[in-house]
Design a protein around this ligand. Structure first.
Ligand SMILES: Cc1ncc(C[n+]2csc(CCOP(=O)(O)OP(=O)(O)O)c2C)c(N)n1
Ligand SMILES: [Mg+2]
Length: 573
């Protein structure tokens, strides 16, 4: 705890004050008897705005989405039932490196000390189950007490922000109104000071190798966005005339219109010029690279052995491992240390895949809508500054589109929990209501978290939601069960939901069956929520999506798996 001047404050008030000082302006969650006292403090203090959600799962997704645009997000749940409902989303934040503070109003200390059985527990006398569970999906966790609260609140908030990972705190319901001694000074979000010698050695090692290289390149994973170093990476690329590729988790972290932007690297599924630039580079600088089957074209990615691996707080260059450094400081130092390159022969750049928004007019506009025509039309709909969401499913086709400048991509490629995007959309809308937010979601994913559309409508948000109604889990049909009923789902009247969730809604809803219908929906003004339900064939999916499912099945089930029978949806030519 700080040694400066202190004052007396209620624990709950102090927690809320610290959240606000850390830039958290909204709290998502569901009330419960163990957290109502903190909610009352929130109400009385007015420092944060409460955004009640339909479920704690959705609150965890919303806090994640909020943190993507706001650097930090938070949710409030009740003991056990709320905490476990939220743990999938918090696990996703851990997997995706998103700083989220999960606060659980928990069993009173009185009951814990006296061993009194309470509801929302396992009724086995053990009060640590949920703390223990959260230990696996957070960077830090604690149960607050009057003795540790001042220190632990700061430690947990700072840890989330520094590590870009979630944290979990239990606030026993009988201590929020107790006064403790707390620092007067505001919480400052800053990296812990590093080791100056390690930093300068690390910069010299990287700069030396980059300067000597003839074909340097940069490969970017999601952490480049999380740690906010895209501007430095672009400055470095410009100074060294070096191409930059991203993996799918980092879609749009590097502006896709940046002259040195190369494209997406996904092993054998990459464009040849991207693959060549990355795999044959004599000095590849990789940022936060975390290979998974879904980010590497089923492990066909192959980085040069000499690749420099820079992460949020450490760097590997050859045999040397540098600790006590931060990514931003390292990159800033490298930019200063490398020479300005003016004459590197430009790499071949692929012909742009971007199509104009009138392209789709050349197809028969009264024909049944196909995925191919759909995504061509969507390409023309995107505009500068959009926040673009994708959930699991055939909507992964979004990865193949070129984003205009200043767009933000929000997805959960590593964790991949269906329904994430609907909850997260509430979060990003809350964080940046002035931007246009567009969601691409399948009917199956949407059904998991659909109720949160009501919260989006309740707060008058104006996103555009593109839902593909293809009668079920098409992406799964590419793994197994092309025609099986387990991949079918109920056929909701999706376009009517806005009315169900808000009687007086002004939302514009469309049911789209042809290119002409889609064209009509795309011309609607963005002055209210737009919901576009597109009816498409259950066996229609773009080839890259189907190839990925087919290969995934081989990986998942092995050579003797059931995918060998002819029951897999395959790409059409
Ligand atoms: C929480 C969770 N449960 C199950 C899955 C498995 N899963 C992955 S994609 C998918 C189907 C998605 O279907 P839909 O959203 O309709 O997309 P489509 O491919 O049909 O466009 C399922 C069930 C998952 N990823 N997450
Ligand atoms: Mg579907």
């Amino acid at each position: 705890m700080s040694s400066g001047p202190s004052e007396r404050m209620k624990i709950g008030d102090f927690l809320l004050r610290r959240l606000k000082e850390a830039g958290v302006r909204h709290l998502f969650g569901v009330p419960g008897d163990y957290n109502l006292e903190l909610l009352q403090q929130l109400q009385d203090m007015g420092a944060l705005k409460w955004i009640g959600t339909c479920s704690e799962l959705n609150a965890s997704y919303a806090a994640d989405g909020y943190a993507r645009l706001n650097d930090l997000g938070a949710l409030l749940v009740t003991n056990g039932v709320g905490a476990l409902s939220a743990i999938n989303g918090v696990g996703g934040s851990y997997s995706e490196h998103v700083p989220v503070i999960c606060i659980a109003g928990s069993i009173p200390l009185r009951s814990i000390e006296r061993g009194l059985g309470m509801h929302h527990t396992m009724a086995d006398g053990n009060y640590n189950h949920f703390l223990d569970a959260y230990a696996h999906v957070t960077a830090a966790h604690a149960r607050l007490t009057p003795r540790n609260a001042a220190a632990e609140i700061d430690r947990l908030i700072l840890t989330a922000w520094r590590e870009k990972l979630p944290v979990y705190m239990e606030l026993p319901s009988d201590i929020a109104y107790l006064e403790i001694e707390v620092p007067v000074a505001p919480l400052v979000l800053a990296a812990s000071p590093g080791d100056p010698e390690r930093l300068s050695s690390c910069i010299a090692a990287i700069a030396g190798r980059l300067s000597a290289a003839t074909s340097p390149a940069i490969l970017v994973d999601a952490d480049a966005g999380r740690f906010g170093v895209a501007p430095e990476l672009m400055e470095l690329a410009e100074k060294m005339q070096t191409p930059v590729a991203v993996i799918n988790t980092a879609k749009s972290v590097i502006d896709e219109n940046f002259p040195y932007y190369l494209g997406m690297y996904i092993g054998k599924a990459s464009a040849p010029h991207v693959r060549e630039a990355i795999e044959t580079s004599d000095c590849l600088l990789a940022i936060g690279y975390r290979p998974l089957e879904v980010t590497t074209g089923d492990f066909s990615a192959s980085l040069p052995v000499s690749t420099i691996h820079a992460r949020g707080h450490s760097v590997d260059v050859g045999d040397d491992n540098y600790q006590a450094v931060t990514l931003k400081d390292v990159l800033k130092g490298v930019i200063d240390a490398v020479p300005q390159v003016r004459n590197r022969s430009p790499r071949p750049v692929a012909a742009t895949l971007a199509r104009t928004h009138t392209d789709y007019l050349h197809v028969d506009s009264s024909a049944k809508l196909t995925q191919a025509a759909y995504w061509r039309a969507i390409q023309g709909y995107l505009r500068e500054g959009d926040v673009l969401f994708v959930d699991n499913g055939t909507s992964y086709a979004l990865f193949g589109l070129t984003f205009p400048p200043k767009c933000t991509f929000v997805g959960s490629v590593n964790w991949g929990s269906i329904g994430y995007s609907v909850g997260a959309l509430l979060g990003t809308l809350t964080a940046a209501p002035e931007r246009r937010h567009i969601l691409f979601v399948g009917d199956g994913s949407f059904q998991v978290t659909a109720q949160e559309l009501s919260t989006i409508l309740r707060h008058d948000h104006k996103p555009v939601i593109f839902l593909i109604n293809n009668g079920g889990y098409t992406i799964e049909r590419g793994y197994l069960g092309k025609t099986e009923a387990y991949n079918d789902i109920a056929n909701w009247s999706y376009a009517d939901l806005a009315k169900v969730f808000r009687r007086d809604t002004s939302a514009r809803s469309f049911v789209v069956k042809t290119v002409m219908d889609l064209q009509n929906a795309l011309s609607a003004p963005n002055d209210t929520l737009i919901f576009v339900e597109s009816i498409m064939d259950r066996y229609d999916a773009l080839a890259p999506v189907m190839n990925s499912s087919n290969n995934g099945a081989d990986l998942d089930y092995g050579p003797r798996g059931p995918q060998r029978r002819d029951n897999q949806l395959r790409p059409t030519a």
